[in-house]
Design a protein around this ligand. Structure first.
Ligand code: FAD
Length: 470
């Protein structure tokens, strides 16, 4: 792809004056300036974007260091890219030529567990799965779980308002955030929210910063909501002879008021890719598979799984199997989490992220098939069907020169189809750098203008992640 992921680079003189100023003002901050070190921060998971090479990568250890870095960057008009683990799928953390990337990976501590208020205060660099494990050891549950949970950071989850496999029941990341500490574009530090379950004092700034992809402020601390640890999950797989039948099962479960903790879909191509890699014995003749899980206590789980099974049978499921035990269930869930990596073994993958109101999943699946056929593109689809959020993946031979052109044409049709169904062009990965030009088609120019005004009120110099989102 040739989408530029950032603004023009600052002049060479501005860059060297900035580096000198950082050295003077913040001699203790760890700063990578060697080109080999910086190269690792050029891309996130969107290698198809033409991302820039950062002038420097800072690895701060405290909020004060982040604030100092932003203050000097503002003085010198140097663009700043906040970065977590760099697993983003929209180019939000990709480098900007001549910019400063601030990677929050060293700020990875759990600062306080507040059991009485069921919340935990963390730094942004902690990896999602590490936080989950630490809370589980205390009998507590931090719900948000993107499929990348073993490799992505809480800061990145907050930056993207990450989704995942249990949003259908527990919501996206935003639903689990009570308060934030944020470094603003002039280097000042504010706090939003707190530990209150209910809080309507003024505008909902916590919600505004979550999902803003590092364009409005840098999150340096977060107070996150916890829940009691649910029981181990009961897991069921249902196979279908058509994608539409699987979509129909999803619509039936929604209409029946079922809220399983997981309701994931994989199409035939994804089933084969995952099974090739992990030899799980999945039904490779099926056109689609649903993974349905319950985390209710025993009797409730049995009833929920039974009702989901009935909905699948009514939709024409060809077979239904239940995981024999928790280990088998973990293994199946892990295989689903690795669906993208399984497809990447077959070629270059361009992953999309459209969403529709849940009852329209069958229409979206039909539209995806038609678009792939029309453009002659190989497509494998999986995703969070229970949220109406699907990930069509366009797959190409690694040296296919037509990949860029075909993907661009297919994804324009895909976004149009999602919007025609009342959906969204991105449900959890974000606009970032890769979908910017399509934002007005979804929200309208008037709404984009309001977003621009918010951006310029909070970042008048436009130094925070310029060229992303807007
Ligand atoms: C195999 C695979 C599976 C995935 N599955 C899912 C999934 O199920 N659901 C999902 O939602 N995503 C998924 N993703 C995408 C990605 O993992 C998420 O978007 C994740 O939230 C990014 O976290 P990160 O730490 O890597 O952030 P990065 O990629 O480093 O950054 C993401 C964005 O957040 C901003 N940001 C980072 N830290 C901060 C901060 N401290 N303050 C302000 N802004 C910040 C960045 O500027 C950037 O815009 C998947 C990715 C992969 C590779």
């Amino acid at each position: 792809m040739t989408i530029a992921s950032g603004p023009p680079a600052p002049s060479a003189a501005a860059q060297s004056a900035f580096l000198e100023a950082i050295g003077r003002a913040l001699p203790e901050v760890r700063l990578l300036t060697d080109p080999v070190d910086r190269e690792g921060y050029r891309n996130d998971e969107t290698a198809y974007l033409h991302a820039g090479l950062p002038l420097a990568v800072a690895l701060p250890a405290s909020t004060a260091e982040v604030a100092g870095l932003v203050r000097v960057a503002a003085e010198h008009r140097i663009p700043v890219v906040p970065r977590g683990a760099g697993t983003g799928l929209s180019g939000g953390a990709a480098g900007i030529e001549g910019g400063l990337t601030i990677a929050l990976t060293r700020m990875d501590r759990i600062l306080e567990l507040d059991r009485e208020n069921l919340c935990v205060v963390v730094q942004p660099g902690i990896i999602n799965a590490e936080l989950k494990r630490a809370m589980a050891a205390e009998g507590l549950f931090y719900a948000p779980d993107p499929a990348s949970y073993e490799i992505c950071s809480i800061g990145g989850n907050l930056g993207t308002n990450a989704g995942g496999l249990c949003c259908i029941k527990y919501g996206q990341t935003r639903e689990s955030v009570l308060g934030l500490e944020v470094v603003l574009a002039d280097g000042s530090v504010i706090r939003t929210g707190g530990r209150n379950v209910k809080d309507v004092a003024g505008y909902a700034l916590t919600h505004l910063f979550v999902g803003s992809q590092g364009t409005l402020g840098i999150i340096t601390e977060a107070t996150l909501r916890l829940r009691p640890l649910p029981p181990p999950r009961s897991t069921m797989l249902a196979f279908f002879a058509s994608l539409e039948a699987a979509g129909d099962a999803v619509a039936r479960m929604t209409a029946a008021g079922l809220v399983p903790v997981t309701l994931e879909l994989m199409d035939r191509a994804t089933i084969a890719a995952v099974d090739d890699w992990h030899q799980l014995g999945l039904d490779r003749d099926a056109e689609a598979m649903l993974m349905i899980e319950s985390d209710l206590p025993a009797a409730g789980a049995a009833a929920e799984i039974e009702a989901a099974g009935a909905a699948c049978e009514a939709a024409g499921a060809t077979s239904i199997v239940q995981a024999a035990d928790a280990t088998e269930a973990d293994w199946l869930r892990q295989a689903r989490r690795l669906a993208l990596r399984a497809l990447e073994r077959q070629g270059t993958v361009r992953m999309e992220d459209v969403g529709v109101p849940r009852a329209r999943v069958p229409q979206l699946l039909r539209a995806i098939e038609a678009i792939a056929d029309r453009h002659g593109v190989r497509c494998a689809t999986f995703g969070h069907a229970g949220d109406g959020n699907l990930h069509p993946n366009f797959i190409f031979e690694r040296d296919d020169a037509r990949a860029e052109e075909l993907t661009e044409a297919a994804r324009a049709d895909l976004y149009r189809a999602a919007l025609d169904l009342g959906g969204t062009i991105t449900a959890e990965h974000g606009i970032g750098a890769s979908r910017r030009e399509f934002l007005p088609a979804q929200v309208g120019e008037g709404t984009v203008e309001v977003m621009r005004r918010i951006k310029s009120a909070l970042d008048p110099l436009g130094i925070l992640n310029p060229g992303r989102v807007l």
